[in-house]
Design a protein. Structure first.
Length: 309
């Protein structure tokens, strides 16, 4: 381990409690999204209103929280983190709008509200997703960052959104309906469909720092994201069969109804819960070299896993 990394990772700094840090970051993200999204009264008004409806006023903002938590490790400029986190949330919102379409998951409820195609129509929902995807990259392009930082952020976001990331995972998911996937293939699907954007959230936060990432930091964050990304999906599969619509914010039981492969269908409920706990332990272990400054990443891993309790 390099001397600089040892000094950095052992730095003792006051860490804001999660109970105040998390709502503060969520509020920052909401305000940033308000600024970065086109106004609802700007032509074409229905499209812009739909983009705002899909993105604002709800959601866990886990990706934005991970981005900011990783950014803390490298003393990133909060203004740059706001833009990076907003771009990630726009990509996530676009993916949900398209996932909910009749040709995909055909869902009527999202974040406790009618899905975008229910409210605005199917054709407009497609355009809302397209608009959010493009807007995310426009936000990165205009950040008050160096050219090298903007290129690194664009590459992370594009890779996570691509056929080798989120879109590829969705394609595998659609092709797997009615099939029993071996555990290795199920994991590969979720590392692309869900994990890729969670990984990008963490690495984009680290790219917002003034200096390039060290190899040690990269390896620690990579091990962390692998565990957290998979834990998130395992817990999602558990919640789909154990939680009601009011708590979940979307239609429960859809995976079983649509005959989709899940960790619960493959391993059973108890084994899936045990796997989620194991992945949480792996995530926490990955952060050990980073010291106290990784406290918020540690707490976010706990939050992901303990949604099942």
């Amino acid at each position: 381990m390099s001397e600089a990394f040892q000094l950095w990772s052992s730095t003792s700094a006051s860490v804001e409690p999660l109970g105040t840090w998390m709502p503060r970051i969520m509020q920052r993200t909401e305000q940033a999204l308000e600024r970065y999204l086109p106004p609802g009264d700007m032509v074409p008004t229905t499209l812009h209103d739909g983009m705002r409806y899909a993105t604002l006023g709800g959601g866990k903002r886990l990706r934005a929280l991970l981005c900011h938590a990783a950014g803390e490790l490298v003393d990133a400029d909060p203004a740059i983190l706001d833009g990076a986190a907003s771009a990630i949330e726009m990509i996530h919102a676009y993916s949900l709008v398209h996932d909910d379409l009749p040709a995909m998951d055909n869902d009527l409820l999202r974040r406790g509200l009618p899905t975008v195609h229910v409210r605005y129509g199917e054709a407009m929902a497609i355009l809302v997703g397209d608009g959010l995807q493009a807007q995310a990259f426009a936000v990165i392009g205009d950040l008050p960052a160096t050219a090298a930082q903007r290129v690194a952020l664009l590459k992370e976001l594009a890779s996570a959104s691509s056929s080798l990331g989120m879109v590829g995972g969705q394609a595998i998911d659609l092709a797997s309906v009615g099939h029993v996937l071996p555990r290795e293939q199920l994991e590969q699907m979720h590392r692309l469909k869900t994990g890729a954007l969670l990984r990008a959230s963490i690495f984009m936060g680290a790219h917002c720092g003034p200096s390039p990432m060290s190899a040690e930091l990269h390896d620690a964050l990579d091990n962390y994201q692998r565990a957290v990304g998979l834990a998130f999906q395992v817990v999602d599969d558990i919640l789909d069969v154990t939680t009601d619509a009011a708590t979940l914010g979307k239609t429960p039981g859809k995976d079983a109804q649509d005959n989709k492969p899940t960790y619960v269908s493959l391993l059973g409920l108890d084994a899936s819960r045990a796997l989620a706990e194991e992945l949480g332990e792996r995530a926490r272990a990955a952060l050990t070299p980073l010291g106290g400054r990784a406290t918020h990443l540690h707490e976010l891993a706990d939050m992901v896993v303990h949604r099942i309790r």
